[in-house]
Design a protein around this ligand. Structure first.
Ligand SMILES: [Cu+2]
Length: 68
């Protein structure tokens, strides 16, 4: 299991949190996601290597932005 930590800009409520979590869970290989809308931290657990570009694209698709 791989732990990936990213920071997502633009989340302001529990709804945003859920949208981010649910979107990332649709990526093949991602098993669990916990997003914190207050500080933007998103903790991802994956069962294989995930390209950061795949994660960024998915986040941008739903209107948020990965920091860095
Ligand atoms: Cu929201």
């Amino acid at each position: 299991m791989k732990d990936i930590q990213i920071k997502v800009n633009g989340m302001v409520c529990g709804g945003c949190k859920k949208r981010v979590e649910n979107a990332l869970k649709t990526i093949d290989g991602i098993e669990d996601v916990v997003a914190n809308y207050e500080n933007g931290n998103v903790a991802i657990k994956a069962n294989k290597e995930i390209e950061l570009s795949t994660i960024k694209e998915k986040i941008e698709d739903i209107g948020f932005e990965v920091e860095g």
